[in-house]
Design a protein around this ligand. Structure first.
Ligand code: AHM
Ligand code: MG
Length: 331
């Protein structure tokens, strides 16, 4: 029988001998939050019977929207453990400080608690994205400087996909590893060790309905992806779920590129740099790929504000570099 690795065992075995366990335990906290969120998202369809999310259920209790619920689970799971000095969440305007009554830790957690929320009501995969930094100054309580760090400084990143199975995929800089939740055991089991982007790439994922609002370089890029321009033409098929984690996960397994470019109505793009683009950029680099805003690596961008947006091209390095080339050439 092959060895069964629970996520706990795997994280522990990857931990260097000198580690004090603070970081390891933070990953456990995230895995536990993921299990709690998964058990709730699995029942999302039942709110139609038991009461709408955001409305009142048959017991007369207020139903929390799932993204708000996921946010409070992660925040409450992580704010009192003494492992963090600050957090930032897509669901909260300001960054989250650790209350004075709790011990402060040395790490910073940035997260999108439930991305792809437009997909919840139609039973399509959704996900959680997270990134971890070290605090800039370990002696101080969390400040905005601790949050506004470039992706290059992340010490870990990952996502949880709530799909046909729940999967947790993460990296601490030693490759990308995927775990599938066994619902009977309530354990994440190692199912995808050392994930690497396969060659040749199979898919491109982009919302082509915005084509007329893209720059000429971006339009040319889509035509190239579709095989219309004879210049190292790729042989790709199209897949777009509209759920970043799910689109990213499929592309990391099958090979490909995901793009959410800038367009006239969204000149900065739609996706958020700190807790969407940067963690996935960290992962894709670990899987042998690349992420760019069309001009520079996502990992090099210094965020100016917590909820800053960025255009995003992410996946197979050659496919991402081609986007950069067309955007450069348009001048
Ligand atoms: P959200 O943070 O409001 O859930 O929006 C982010 C989602 C991503 O998961 C996905 O890649 C993108 O929005 C899809 O946007 P569009 O519908 O414009 O293609
Ligand atoms: Mg989001």
């Amino acid at each position: 029988m092959s060895t069964v690795y629970t996520i706990e065992r795997f994280i522990l075995e990857q931990q260097p001998d000198y580690a004090r366990g603070e970081f390891t335990n933070l990953l456990y906290d995230i895995a536990l939050s993921a299990k709690i969120i998964a058990s709730k998202t699995n029942k999302a369809g039942l709110v139609q019977i038991l009461g709408e999310a955001g409305g009142t259920n048959i017991q007369g209790e207020d139903q929390q929207k799932l993204d708000v619920y996921a946010d409070s689970i992660i925040m409450r799971m992580c704010d009192h453990t003494g492992r963090l000095c600050a957090m930032a969440s897509e669901e909260q305007e300001e960054f989250i400080t650790i209350p004075d009554r709790f011990k402060k830790g040395n790490y910073v957690l940035v997260y999108d608690p439930l991305d792809g929320s437009s997909n919840i009501d139609v039973n399509v995969s959704i996900g959680t994205i997270f990134g971890i930094f070290r605090c800039v100054d370990w002696n101080l309580r969390g400040r905005v400087e601790d949050i506004l760090q470039p992706g290059r400084k992340m010490v870990a990143a990952g996502y949880v996909l709530y799909g046909s199975s729940t999967m947790l995929v993460y990296s601490t800089g030693q490759g990308v590893h995927g775990f599938t939740l066994n619902p009977e055991l309530g354990e994440f089991l190692l199912s995808h060790p050392h994930m690497r982007l396969p060659e040749p790439p199979a898919y491109y994922s982009v919302n082509g309905s915005y084509f007329h609002r893209w720059s000429p370089g971006t339009q040319k890029y889509l035509r190239w992806l579709q095989g219309e321009i004879e210049e190292e033409t790729p042989n790709l098929s199209s897949r777009y779920i509209g759920s970043l984690v799910a689109d990213f996960h499929r592309n990391i397994l099958r090979g490909g590129v995901f793009a959410y470019p800038a367009e006239t109505l969204k000149p900065e793009g739609k996706l958020r740099l700190l807790y969407e683009a940067a963690p996935l950029a960290y992962l894709i680099q670990q899987a042998g790929g690349h992420a760019s805003d069309g001009v520079r690596p996502i990992l090099d961008i210094e965020p100016q504000e917590i909820h800053q947006r960025t255009p995003l091209f992410i996946g197979n390095s050659r496919l991402v570099q081609k986007a950069e080339q067309f955007i450069r050439e348009e001048g």
